[in-house]
Design a protein around this ligand. Structure first.
Ligand code: ATP
Length: 214
């Protein structure tokens, strides 16, 4: 069985930076699936503007019909902050023998040492890091050392073991961010061609980003 990619995020809103990255990893790493997992309460950042059900609806609309893309709403259904380690413990219990690949962008990877029980994460899953414009791989510090210890450039390593490796993947650089999109919409702009039309329609009809002051 090919590895499961676990792509967590606030997805406030989901955009083509997420979707293209997920697709390139699905194909490039020969993942069995990419599971988009919108978080309920993000532990490390301010409360999302769009509520959890709306973010989930946007993720569903964006991924519908794409073979290999799956939406997993477990973090939204769970009470309390959405810690990745809890999600991975659950997935590991469900898929005891399957390789799990936690997908993060480079910006998220750089903040990994601030995550709750971050060292446990590598006991449960591999970490796949997608390049993101404006961010570069760490050379020093705990993550630099971790990369020396755990880094691999071999896709096969992600298939042959269930957890413990870090793999950095170049993806088509798309300088799109949810923050930028919220600001654009709030200023009356049109996010066309930065996200799927179905997501645009949900944003339009819910007016969820009209009051973005951040
Ligand atoms: P915000 O601007 O609100 O911080 P975001 O655009 O970073 O949002 P998130 O939902 O926080 O979106 O991101 C989920 C994951 O997707 C993170 O691991 C992030 O690094 C990654 N990601 C987001 N946008 C891109 C992009 N354009 N290219 C590659 N990875 C991305």
């Amino acid at each position: 069985m090919n590895p499961i990619g676990v792509f967590g995020g606030t997805f406030d809103p989901i955009h083509y930076g997420h979707l293209r990255t997920g697709f390139e990893l699905l194909q490039g790493l020969r993942l069995g699936e990419v599971r988009f997992m919108p978080c309920g309460q993000p532990p490390h950042r301010v409360t999302p503007l769009a509520d959890a059900e709306l973010r989930l609806a946007m993720v569903k609309a964006a991924t519908e019909g794409q073979h290999g893309f799956i939406v997993d709403d477990r973090e939204i259904r769970r009470d309390g902050p959405s810690y990745s380690v809890d999600t991975l413990i659950q997935l590991r219990a469900e898929y005891a023998h399957r390789s799990l690949c936690l997908i993060v962008g480079m910006d998220a990877f750089l903040s990994l040492p601030k995550w709750y029980q971050w060292r446990e994460i590598l006991q449960l899953a591999h970490v796949v890091v997608a390049h993101r414009p404006g961010w570069s791989a760490p050379g020093l510090g705990p993550l630099g050392e971790l990369l020396v210890d755990r880094g691999t450039g071999r896709v096969g390593d992600l298939h042959e073991s269930r957890s413990g490796r870090i793999y950095i993947q170049a993806v088509t650089p798309l300088e799109i961010s949810s923050t930028g999109l919220r600001k654009l919409v709030s200023a009356g702009g049109d996010p066309r061609f930065l996200m799927p039309d179905l997501v645009r329609r949900i944003i339009e009809s819910s007016n969820c980003y009209v009051n973005d002051e951040g």
